[in-house]
Structures are given as structure tokens and as C-alpha cells.
Design a protein around this ligand. Sequence first.
Ligand code: TRP
Ligand code: ZN
Length: 868
Amino acid sequence: MNIAANPVVENNDTVYLKDYKKPTFLVESIHLDLKVYDDHAVVDSTLVLQRQTAGDLVLLGRDLELKSIRLNGELLSETEYQLDAEQLRLSNLPDQASIQTQVIIHPESNTQLEGLYQAGNLFVTQNEPEGFRKITFYPDRPDVLSVFTTRVEADKKYPVLLANGNLLETGEVDENRHFAIWQDPTKKPAYLFACVIGDLAVLKDRYTTSEGRDVALEIYAVEKDIPKCHIAMEALKHSMRWDEEHYGRPYDLDNYMIVAVSQFNMGAMENKGLNIFNTSCVLADEEYTTDAAIMRVQSVIAHEYFHNWTGNRITCRDWFQLCLKEGLTVFRDQSFSEDLQSAAVQRIDDVAVLKAHQFPEDAGPLSHPPRPDHFVEINNFYTATVYEKGAEINRMMATLLGKEKFRQGTDEYFNRYDGQAVTVEDWVDALTAGSGVDLSNFLTWYNQPGTPKLQVTAEYDAQKQSYRLNLSQSLKEHPKYPNLKAVPIPVALALFNAKTGEQLTLHSDALFVNAVKDGVYLFDQDTASIEFSGVTEQPVVSLLRNFSAPVNLEFDYSDDELAFLIQYETNGFNQWQAAQTLLERVLLKDHSVEPYIQALQKTIPDLVQHDPLLASRLFDVPTEGYLGSRIDHDYQPEVIQTKRNAVLNTLATALGSFWKDTYLSLDPTLQSEFSQAMGERALKNITLAMLARQGDEHAFELAHQQYQTTQNMTERLGALRVLVWNDAPQAAQALQDFYQRYKDEALSLDQWFMVQAANPNATEASIRALTQHPDYDLGTPNRIRSVSGGLSNNPVNAWSFGVEHYLELAKYLDQKNPILGSRLLQVLSRWYTLAEPQRSHVQNALKALQPLVKSKNVTETLSSMLSV
Ligand code: TRP
Ligand code: ZN
């Protein structure tokens, strides 16, 4: 029979939200039987179908070799169905029908890491968003929910056989093969189906839910990685408790399994009761992974766990609604992480990501609304806008409602829609009904692209003792979205006494619609003013505290006012933001760095003592990449690099002996709290780098000593970075040592590649040496990302010899792993901001790539990138 070929990409592949139609049939139940062999797998499926609306049955399938198809037990001939590269169509079916298919697939040669694929000694699935159609013919869309029973059969060299739900039966087929049968009692869409076949060890624990359910918790990984699974296990239990306490959501099955896999396109996947994780998001150990990685593990564990309610039990009607589950789940995992460590620093780190990735995305050719209204390849929409801006929209509504009303709103959402596939409108409706506060105008945020500009001016009237803020908002025109409207912007604010630094109590009268409530003003018009009375002296205002809305704020602060806020603002986030705003002016507008230095001198010594983690963030100097993203034309990466280095040199000199004194005073091993120790380690690495920048004669010795004596990866890597990036005499030997220590630890070795790729002095030859290293592997996304991501740390390098690197990769991955290829190509999406002749050079190179690529993923990204 037919072997379905790769689809040909056509321009009319675009799918539109407005064309949504209900499925013609629902699937009451599916029985899957997967038999895995060395050179193929056989998949038998039985679907019990129930008609819902008139029309043909459409079963989606890709790269499947169809062996047989039966309708109610009767074998069908080729004239009785229509088969093409994307679907199997049956006409004139009765209202109830059973369809059985048998197909052959090839997990052993599946390099796309989508569907069922082999990764080393392991077979795993990745079905979100549209991978299930690569396993069997199915109505592969999220609004078709079914009960899955799965039989998995494989050679006994793979002792672990897992699928979703409860284990019903295990047994032998013959001497060499065995099987397991699993059943998931909860109805779910096919994208949440998972199975795992392999030779893995397991870490076990238990958890009792608020309802008294005793849940078996299991984390599967290769034997030697089991000791690195404890942090994830603790985070899992913590997440389960947190969701009960904060959202009233207990877990609903008797087991919860997590499987770590080293070849994975993204972070992790929330398959029902059987999460599959990139090793980088589950393995955590101070000796092998960095503090940042440990924090990420905890937040991703929470993220996937929280999906059980926001995503799985209530799922998306269609993929345009992706931000319904992702935006809400990111907001939930961010809140969880705020409770885990310092809330201010968590917010700082989350906003830094938003501004470094989502703002530039939304300002360029890949800009799209959090809920897009059309796409060619849905995999291209797992973006910072869907995830991070989606989270910000939820945060704004939560801020506005306050804790209690927000909880009433989410309770209403879970009560109304449990077990259903719903839309963004349903979510906002439920929040509105539950809280009694009309939030319907927040839908505008979901449907429009672009970052709003919020302009604010202030007037103080000493006579009237009144302080007035005038606000206006605007959005950049977008060719595809002509009728952009004002959005509701919660503006959290505070006034400070300019002399004493004390916060003032607010009295306010909105001249137009809303008033300031609990320190938040809801600005939902094109323009508005607020007036504060009884203000006896000219105050300093702090706007958008905690980053209460994802907007670009323009307010004419003086540099001294920003320095004041670094010193006196009690909202840690706005303290950091004031420093960032000031430094951005220094770096992009040639302001003096003096006010920043003076504010640091007044603030830092004390902060280093009682909050080292926040202190470490106040030294953040905006990265070259971020600064570049703030420049819309004639961008010259070298100019930014030179300026940034000059500022860092000034800081190194200006704070004099502070760096060495602080470096020598820190001892993270004496801290019992993780976040305190993490803060001290961050400070140690910053101060060490500054010592090297000062040219301190002992800097390299100290770095080498730190490298050799520490047991902690954050410290070891921080020291290695200083040695390598400064071409220290000890660099080569330290690199050699690091390689020997960690050559069998993939995640640590990723860091070895990353440090070298991110070296500001990297060259075309040094990058090529990395990509030709025997441990470089184009089949392992983590390894590719360590080099490509490292390279992008230095825009000067990325925009010169890096361009060729990214284009070559995109061309190669277009065939092998188009999801990854498309994502890596996006590193070049701001090509149009470059100064000539670089701009034309990159543009021509991108155009030259166009005829060479075939996948929808890369084709769509490339054509969007070139459409400026
Ligand atoms: N739903 C996953 C998450 O955010 C995302 C994901 C995991 C994914 N793997 C994927 C998306 C592969 C697309 C392709 O938790
Ligand atoms: Zn998610």
C-alpha cells in the first residue's frame, strides 16, 4: 500500500482561527497496541467513534505505512477510502463506527524528535502539538478527547514499559519479548498521549493529596543520574502542595511519572501522568549543574505539574488557544518560584527574559498576538509571546482582582470547564463571572500584536499641593492588524518623599474613570490623568512597580531620580528597573555613569550582607544582545560592545577595593539557605570577573584556585569563564581538566562547549573546532544549543561569522529536525536593524537559503523574517 510522502509546502497551507469547525466524530475510546522492534514498530489502533456533526471522518496521519484498515471488523479496499500524505478520509459512515488500522512506523530513524522516536537506548514520544499523527491515523486535534488503553510490547532488553494512567497487566510474549497494558481513566486529547520503552532506573517517593489520595511518584533516568533527581522530586511534592493551597487543585491519579531523556526539542512535556523531560530540566545537583539550572528544574517541574489542571483537565479547543494553557501555566510556575526564593529576584529574572526575548520578537517581523489568528506551522508559535506575554496578561488580571477575587475567578473556571476543550474567551468569562469584575476588555491583549508604549508626564503644583500624572498609550501600526485599540494597563505606583526617601500615603481622584486602588491605577483609555492631593513637596514617583504591565514605559525621570529609586524604592523589582533604565541611558544615550555608581556605593554594602541575591542583580549591566534589541536601525554591534566594555571598566575602577574585599569576604559554604548561598555565589563570580577586568595581579590565581577547590558547578564554571574569556595562562589547562572531569556528564559537558562558544574572543576557527569536536552531536539539541546559544552571547560574533553558522544549521536541520532548525534561525530575525553593508549581506544570505529549504517550519519562519 501507500507510503505517505512528505507534504509539499504550498502557500495556501495557512490555517485560520475563523475557520474553526467542530469535529465530525468524537472518539469514545482508543485501544493502541505498539510493538517496537529494532528496525520498525507496528501500531494497531481501534477507535470507537460517535458522530457529532454531518460530514466525512478525517483521520490525520503522516509518514505512516498503512497495512490495513477495517470498518466494524470488515477489511476495506483502496476504493473505499481516500488517502494522501496528510490524511485518511472516509465518507458516508454510520453514526457509530469502529475503525481499526495497522501501520508501520520507524522510530529508529526518526530524527525530528516528534511522534515516537528512539533516543539512544530509549524510545519516547513527543506528541504536542501534532505528533500523534506520526504514530497512527487519528483525529489529531485537541478538541477530540478520548479514553486511552495502551499495550506496549518490546524486547526484554528494555525492561521499562510505560504509558499514561494505571498499569492493568504485564506479561511475557515469548522468551525475548514482554508487554505491559496501561489505561488512562481520564479523557484526554491525543497530544497528551505518551509511552516510554527503555532501560532506566527509578527514584520513588509518595505523596498524599488533600483528598487523601496516596500517589506513587516516580522519576526515571539512567542509573548514574538517579542521585541528581532528588531536587526534582522535592520540587514535585512542593508543587503538588502549592496547587492545593493556592488554587484548590489536588492531583487526580494514583501515580505520577517523570522520564528524563537527553534528546528533546524543548524543556519538558506534560503528558497525562507521564511527563517527559529534557534531562536539562530534571537533573539538578550542585556538583554538576549550575544554580540557574537548579532554579530552572524547579520551575519546569512545577510548570508541567500545574498543566495537569491548566492544560490537561481543561484543555485547548484548538491550537490558536495555545496561550490559554501556556500563559496561565507560566504565570502559575512564576508565582510558585516567587514563593520558593526571593519574590523580587524571581520577578527580575522573569522580566529580564520577557524584555530580552518577547519585546524584540513583538517589535520585529515575527510579531504576532498572544492568540494568533492564523499560522502555517503551529510549532512555530511556541514563542515568547505565547508563553511569556501570555503569562503577563494573566498576571495583570490577577493584580487587578487581588488574591481573593482572582481565586474566585479561577474556581469558577475549574468548576465550569473541567473535562472540556475551551477558548481564551471562556477563560476571561469565567474569571469575570467568578470575581464579579468585568475583565472582557483584557481580550484585546490576546488579539493584538506589539508592545504598547505607555507615556507618562508629571506636574507638581506647590500651591494646590497636588501632583498630577498624565498618561497616554499607543501601539505601533501593524499592516495585518489595522484597528488597534487601547488596552487595559494596570499601573502599580508609589510616591516617595524626595528628601527622606519615605513612601507617601496616597489620596487620589481620577479625573476620568478609575481611581487608584491598593496602589494600582487601571489605565484603559487612550489618555487619562490622575491627581494626588495633599502632596506637600515635589515627590519622586515610581511607576509600573513589579512590572505591573508588559509595556514600554516612557517617563522623563532625571538620572538623579533613578539613582534615588535604586536607593529608596522598597519594591526590589523597581529598584533593579531603575538601575537598568539608568544604565540603558548610559550605554545608548551617553549619559554619565556617575549617578549609578553613587547609588551603588550607598546601597550595595548593606545589601550584600542581608540580601546577596538581590545585590547581585543590581550589578546587572544590560547585555549587548538586549542593548542591540533596543536599536531599530543602523545597529553596529561593535559600537555597543565598545561602549559596554568601557562602562564595565569604569565600574571596575570606580569601586576600587570593593571588588576584592567583597570577593574575599564571601563564603557560600557557610550559608544554610540555598537562595542565600546562590546569591553569594553570584556575587563571587561577579566580583571575580571585575578583579580580572581591573587587571588585578592575583585575579587569575584566585580564579584558578576557585576553579580547583570548589565542589560547586556555579563556582567552577564562573572561574573557568574568567580564565577562558581573559586568555589567562591557566585557561587551556583548566579547560582540559574540565573536559576530563565531565566528559561522561552530558549536561556539564554542554557547559564546556558553551563557555568556549560564548567567549568574546571566539573566532570562526574556534567555533568550527567546537562543531567538529568528537563530542559535538547534531542529533542532540542540547549540544547544538550550547554552541549556538553561546555564540549568540556575543552579537559581534553572531552577526559576523555566526551568520554562516546559523544558516548552515538551519539548512541541515530543515530536513533532520525542522522544529529546532526554525527556532535557531530566529536568532537572526533582527537582521534588518543592522547597519549596511552587514544588513544586505545577511538579507542576501537569508534569501539564498529560501530555495534550499522544504519544511513548513523553516519556510514559514524564513518568509516572515524576510517580510519587513
Ligand atoms: N507543552 C510543553 C510545555 O510548555 C511544550 C513542549 C514540549 C513542546 N515539547 C514540545 C512544544 C515539542 C512543541 C514541540 O510544557
Ligand atoms: Zn507548558
